[in-house]
Design a protein around this ligand. Structure first.
Ligand code: ATP
Ligand code: MG
Length: 388
């Protein structure tokens, strides 16, 4: 069955009053963006407190649903069949045809729920419910009505045309991008940081990203892997401005002092974040996962940041992170074996309880040289605009 419209369900909580328009407008904008490269003609609009996507031309309904499943803010996608209003007898036939095609197995219960948006329609909604219910029962002897817990809730919405739908395909939830500013993701080639970016972005936050590489110790392929990860994440978040920072000289100079290295990463990422008006930093850290992510280490890393640092995976176990990464399609890329800069310069005996004062003293000694190296790393940044 060809569905001509998709009714978009979105969460109502937190979008009451003035925010509602902002939320809906952002949702419409993001939906349009997600469909812009698909074949077909799409008209996305809001009407009577709902958002609809009308489809025309030569479109692939499955592709449309796949795209909509990646738009944050969408809780459910209802594929709708639109029929012309040619009188109630015709509507009965249309509804029967719909049930027949969408539910080949008739051993189900149902209930009709109509809504009369067009007030001049000759039947009231109660009457529509009853009469269509009766017609369906008559057409399919096996089918039964259950008004309390039906297997199928058949919606019939009378507008200029009549909209028939019953399925709800789950969307990703969250808030539309553009309703909550932008943040800077520290994106490595690992499993965690793409998931972290996804999770913050899901709350309506646009993303930029910073990647530190160390050529020739890290390869061009390792960099391409990060670009590919950013591309995958951008299917959900929209375009990502990716800052690729050459970290080689800083890393060679610091060598195995992992926490100091992490502090410089944060400083540099924050520099680009502030330059572009980002409102926070995002990392894929999780308490205790490695030595640089103990509570003491996180405190030492955090110490150099003035922007808030969002760590959405902080309480996640690795397996839970892997599950999200599989769901969003980054896992396969993340596990490709190309070395990243942290694994090459990894300390053999990492400190798990760094002392911030000791670290500050060490940094003072390094400062003369590193400050220049940092300026150089910042001024030689390569900026890549990544878009799915
Ligand atoms: P990931 O799987 O995200 O690489 P990880 O488990 O390897 O994380 P670390 O290497 O300690 O953990 O990195 C912690 C966080 O620091 C990462 O989640 C990421 O946000 C950031 N990070 C680490 N390495 C880099 C890098 N080369 N470029 C940018 N950010 C990085
Ligand atoms: Mg890593």
């Amino acid at each position: 069955m060809k569905f001509q419209t998709y009714l978009i369900k979105y969460g109502e909580i937190g979008i009451k009053g003035k925010n509602r328009y902002m939320f809906e407008d952002a949702l419409v904008r993001q939906i349009k963006h997600s469909l812009k490269d698909l074949d077909g003609l799409f008209h996305t609009y809001k009407a009577q407190g709902r958002v609809y996507v009308d489809c025309d031309g030569d479109y692939d309904g499955d592709e449309v649903v796949e795209a909509l499943k990646r738009v944050f803010g969408i809780v459910g996608i209802c594929p709708v069949v639109r029929v012309e209003d040619k009188g109630f007898e015709e509507l009965k036939k249309d509804v029967i045809a719909y049930m027949d095609e969408v539910y080949p197995d008739k051993n189900i219960t149902f209930k009709v729920e109509s809504r009369r948006a067009k007030k001049t329609y000759p039947k009231k909604s109660m009457e529509i419910n009853y009469d269509l219910g009766e017609a369906i029962l008559y057409a399919f002897p096996e089918i039964r009505v259950d008004v309390h817990h039906p297997d199928v809730l058949l919606h019939v919405e009378v507008r200029e045309e009549i909209y028939i739908y019953s399925e709800i395909i789950p969307g990703p939830g969250g808030m539309p991008i553009g309703t909550n500013g932008t943040a800077m993701l520290l994106l490595s080639g690992g499993i965690d940081s793409p998931v972290a970016g996804y999770m913050i972005s899901k709350r309506g936050v646009g993303l930029e990203a910073t990647y530190f590489h160390a050529p020739p110790y890290t390869s061009e392929r390792a960099k391409q892997k990060v670009v590919d990860l950013a591309k995958q994440v951008s299917k959900y978040t929209g375009p990502i401005k990716l800052h690729v920072v050459n970290f080689t000289d800083i890393q060679l100079y610091i060598y195995e002092l992992t926490i100091i290295m992490r502090r410089y990463m944060m400083r540099i990422a924050e520099h680009f974040a502030k330059e572009d008006g980002c409102l926070g930093l995002i990392t894929g850290e999780s308490i205790g996962q490695v030595a640089s992510q103990t509570m003491q280490s996180l405190m030492a890393t955090n110490d150099v940041c003035t922007l808030p640092v969002y760590r959405p995976l902080i309480g996640f176990d690795k397996q839970e992170i892997v599950e999200v990464s599989e769901k969003i399609g980054t896992y396969e890329t993340s596990i490709l074996p190309y070395e990243d800069c942290c694994t090459i310069f990894v300390a053999k005996h990492p400190v798990t309880k760094p002392n911030v004062n000791v670290i500050k003293k060490s940094e003072e000694k390094l400062a003369d040289v590193i400050d220049d190296l940092m300026d150089q790393a910042i001024s030689t940044v390569e900026t890549i605009h990544v878009e799915a």
